[in-house]
Structures are given as structure tokens and as C-alpha cells.
Design a protein around this ligand. Sequence first.
Ligand SMILES: Cc1cc2nc3c(=O)[nH]c(=O)nc-3n(C[C@H](O)[C@H](O)[C@H](O)COP(=O)(O)OP(=O)(O)OC[C@H]3O[C@@H](n4cnc5c(N)ncnc54)[C@H](O)[C@@H]3O)c2cc1C
Length: 403
Amino acid sequence: MARKIDSYDVIVVGGGPSGSQVAYKLAGMGYIVGVVEKKATLNGDICCTGLVSRECVDKFSIPEVVIHRWASGAKLFPPSGKPVHVQRDTPQVAVLNRSAFNQIWAQRAKKAGAEYRFGCNLKGVIHEKGKVTAEVSCRGQTLTLQGRAIVIATGFGTPLLDNLGLGAAGDFVMGAQAVVETDIAEVEVYFGNQIAPGFFGWLVPTSPGKGLVGLLARRDNPFYLRKLLDSLGAAGKIASADVKMNYGGVPLKPLPHTRGDNLLVVGTAAGQVKPITGGGIYFGLICADIAANTLNRALTADNLSARALAGYERAWRRKLARELRNGYLGRKAYEMLNDRQVSRVFGLLESTGIIEELSRSEELSFDWHADVITRVMGQKLMAKTLNSITMPFSRKKTAGSAG
Ligand SMILES: Cc1cc2nc3c(=O)[nH]c(=O)nc-3n(C[C@H](O)[C@H](O)[C@H](O)COP(=O)(O)OP(=O)(O)OC[C@H]3O[C@@H](n4cnc5c(N)ncnc54)[C@H](O)[C@@H]3O)c2cc1C
């Protein structure tokens, strides 16, 4: 029978991609790692489309077995006018089977030695004599787990962070999604305030005959998703609009603080998400590795004070702060456009050749948007179109502090 340990080097809270990545890394380094996950299993529906770049797949060796398919292009539908086609020569984006990905990531961490406790909800954290005690509710029982450090990787909307004095994400958006039957072959993205106020909607083919219809929107997600499903049904793009909806949220700004004494916050819980697309898997994995390396140094030195863990905060902000800041400014600029202006922007992107040029250039990345945003906003005609809402964009390559 497996040994039940109530005391760990590191307690990881959340068995999503970020939590399992930290657990895998630390267990592989020889630490005793416990993962606490509030869901009873990892094979349920997840409100996430699962799009990640080839860069992410390669860097983290995501196996083909959890990839539904690859996409090399997408059709972008402005509020009016014909769709704009973005196409690359080689497939750039993988559509992950999100539930299979979570399971395989957890299995990998378990194989490395991490212990998972499912159906266990973290209720509170107490600091005592350089250690942390986690109060966990497990299927009606209260457990007390001890750790030298705790990693919070609980995804979107954890009240715990505020309670721990780490603040809350400065801005967020809610999303909704449904699994549908569809035969479309290409990713479609829909823009306009009548479709998804402030953001966009999508239809993404996944496994044969199936797809995901979803949106991120500033308000009324159920209403707008229903409307989108109905219109896609009427257009014959999906078989039936009578489907179950899932809901989730995405932070658009990082937490003010992502570390404390004996504590790090990683992934979507920390706001490590692309504000342009709402994608958080890749940035979460990047930051999970940074967290594991920082913890390794701190555990070795036996100094887990907030000060000793500052390297985590510095390193992830150095890597991502400019992306998060410029992405957020680009997002806010977009949100200020009315549908006519959005259509005009799309028209300009095509007529000025920006789309075609970007399609061929390495600059058009699924993950790194800061340079493209700066470039598009700096384009003369574009600036004229947007002159009433032009925002201050930095052209500097170096990272600043996160917004
Ligand atoms: C509609 C929608 C579409 C999206 N599409 C994409 C996409 O295409 N590509 C992309 O990269 N990102 C996408 N995202 C974002 C992506 O889902 C997240 O960024 C990603 O899942 C973050 O991983 P994580 O491990 O940080 O958090 P999560 O995946 O949210 O995992 C957190 C885990 O912690 C557990 N947990 C929470 N609280 C507790 C607690 N108190 N105790 C114990 N366990 C707890 C949860 O059950 C969960 O399993 C989308 C989000 C939405 C809402």
C-alpha cells in the first residue's frame, strides 16, 4: 500500500498544467512533493480551447497523443466584410485535448514521485516557524498538511490570494464554451461587439466531427454564446446549437505580488496569461519552471523567506512583463473600437499588406505579441484610424515592470 505522507518539502495546490509542471520538476529534483487538487478526477470538461504554439509543444515536449490536430491558419471574421485569412506554410498551433493533457501532465509528475490528493480543497494557509501548514478539506474530512513551501497554482478566481495578502488580478474577463458537432477544417475567429463585446468568439475543430465554440466577452457570456451557437447552426457550420455550456475566467493583468514567505503563485492564479488571446498554458509552464528552479535554490540554502524567493518574481517578470503590458494596452485599445473601426482596422491590415507580410515573417507569433502590437499601432494609416484612442506604446526591447 502507498505510504501516506502528511509532510512535504513542497505542497502544490492545483493539478492543472502549471501545478503539475512545478510538481514534476521538483519531484524530479528529489523533493517530496504533494499535489492537492479539488476536483475528484482530471478527466472532466475543462473550459479551455487548448490552443498552444509549436514553440510551446517543442519546449515542453508535449506528446502527440494529447494533440487533437495542428492548424496552420485561421479565418478571421471582422464585424462586416469578408474574412481575412492568416496562413503559414507549416502548422504553427496545436489544438490540445485539454483533459488528456492535464491527465498526462499529472501522470508524469506522479512518475517522478509527486503524490496527488484528489477531491481535496485548500481552505487556508498558516505560516509557522518557517514552515507552512495547509488546511485542506478532503471529501468531508479536514486534513492538515505541512510543507517547507507552498505553490499556489489554483487557476482563475481564488479568493485565497487576497486572504494571503497577495492582492487580486487588476482586470479579468469571463469566457464560455461548448463542445459541438462540426465538419469545418479550419479555425475561425469572430470579432465585433455584437458577437463578443470587447473580445472575440471562435469555432475550433478538435477531434474528427467535433469542435469547440466559445468566446471571451466583457458581459453576458451565456447570452452571446447562445447567439453565436444559433448563428453558426443557421449557417450550417455546426450540427446542433443545443449544447452544454462551460464557463471560466481569465486574468488580464498579473498579481501585484507572486511570492511571500514560503510561498509562490504560478500560472493563471498569478495572472501569467496573454492579454490579447487569454491563452495561459504556455506562460504558466514557463513560470512553473522558473518557480521550481527558484525553490530548488531556496530549499538547498534552507532560506524560503519572501526575500529569498524574490528571484522568481524578477525572473518571470523579466521574461513576460513587456508582453503582458503591451498586450494589455493593445487589448484596451481594441476594446475602445466600435464595430465600424474594427472592420476598418481589418481592411487596413489587408490593404497595407501587413497581414501578408506578417504571415510570412517570424514576427507573427502565437505567443509573443508585443512587437507586432507596437508595429501595427505605429503604422501611419492605422494610427490615423485609431487617433482618438492612441495609447503610449514602448518600442524598447528590454522588459520593464509588469503593469
Ligand atoms: C474559455 C477559455 C478558453 C481558453 N482557451 C485557451 C487556449 O486556447 N490556450 C491557452 O493557452 N489557454 C486558454 N485558456 C486559459 C487556460 O485555460 C488557463 O490559462 C490554464 O488552464 C492555466 O493553467 P493553470 O494550471 O495555471 O490553472 P488551471 O488549469 O485553472 O488549474 C488550476 C487547478 O487548481 C484547482 N484548484 C482551484 N482551487 C483549488 C483549491 N482551493 N484547492 C485545490 N485545488 C484547487 C482547479 O480545480 C484546477 O484543476 C482559456 C480559458 C478560458 C476561460
